[in-house]
Write a protein that binds this ligand. Structure first.
Ligand SMILES: NC(=O)c1ccc[n+]([C@@H]2O[C@H](COP(=O)([O-])OP(=O)(O)OC[C@H]3O[C@@H](n4cnc5c(N)ncnc54)[C@H](O)[C@@H]3O)[C@@H](O)[C@H]2O)c1
Length: 243
């Protein structure tokens, strides 16, 4: 198993891609800290995987610090952070008011920064860490009705590169996984649910993407053996985007 003895924080672990990632990292041997705004969902994933659940808002500085501190209190270390929590919106361009723009940037970009910053110090002191930030292939595709989301996910890719540069000398890698459209609860609750058949025509592998399709790419980047890979974006989308 790739992650035996490792401690992994997964945000957005109540459902969808985050939950599938938590399940995969657990199957690879990691102790999982399941974080989500939905406390009951975080606890349900924790109950399933035998770890701890934390109700937290990643866009809150205090909550991000509490996620790291609670993990250290329970496990004494943080080996892996996977930030999957995000808002997946469907917002026509002329309906994006500034408050909603700020909300999406706050969760999807500021949140990625805050949780990365909160885990960086204990990882640096340990001389080891794996940070995996979930971005999106929509950034490359320029998907319609996702203006603030594309801006935030482009920022996540920039943040990934910055973290890789700043933290490499401490034994910490930072990479991003960019999923294609995936049948998560969040995606299926929006009009994006009607796009699967069209997008499938653009994919090399002609079927709908599932949360479990994304998790193995994350598990590789969360593992020790990925140590020579940093600052990269791994697009996991059945060959839709060829960057
Ligand atoms: N589903 C897709 O088609 C798709 C495609 C590309 C990228 N992604 C990315 O994958 C990740 C997971 O998305 P998903 O489709 O599984 O979405 P989802 O909506 O099903 O799950 C997202 C989870 O994040 C949690 N969350 C939202 N805001 C939070 C906050 N402020 N603090 C803590 N938790 C919060 C939600 O409660 C939810 O459990 C996201 O980063 C998303 O942008 C999804």
């Amino acid at each position: 198993m790739k992650l035996e003895g490792r401690v992994a924080i997964v945000t957005g672990a109540a459902q969808g891609i985050g939950k599938a990632i938590a399940q995969k990292l657990h199957a690879e041997g990691a102790a999982i800290v399941s974080v989500d705004l939905q406390g009951e969902g975080a606890d349900a994933t924790a109950a399933e995987l035998g770890g701890i659940g934390i109700q937290a808002d990643i866009s809150s500085e205090a909550d991000a610090e509490r996620i790291a501190q609670t993990t250290l209190d329970h496990h004494g270390k943080i080996d892996v952070l996977v930030n999957a929590a995000a808002i997946v919106p469907f917002v026509p361009w002329d309906e994006v008011d500034f408050a909603y723009w700020r909300k999406i940037i706050s969760v999807n970009l500021d949140g990625a920064y805050l949780v990365s910053r909160a885990v960086e110090k204990p990882m640096r002191e340990a001389g080891y860490g794996r940070i995996v930030l979930i971005s999106s292939n929509a950034f490359y595709a320029g998907t319609p009705n996702m203006g603030p989301y594309l801006a935030a996910k482009g920022g996540v890719i920039g943040l990934t590169r910055a973290l890789a540069t700043e933290l490499g000398k401490y034994g910490i890698t930072a990479n991003s996984v960019a999923p294609g459209i995936t049948r998560s609860e969040g995606c299926l609750a929006t009009p994006h649910k009607d796009s699967f058949d069209f997008v499938q025509m653009l994919q090399a592998i002609p079927r709908h993407g599932l949360p479990a399709d994304i998790a193995p790419a994350v598990a590789f980047l969360a593992s020790e053996e990925s140590g020579w890979v940093t600052g990269q974006v791994l697009i996991a989308d059945a060959g839709h985007i060829r960057d």
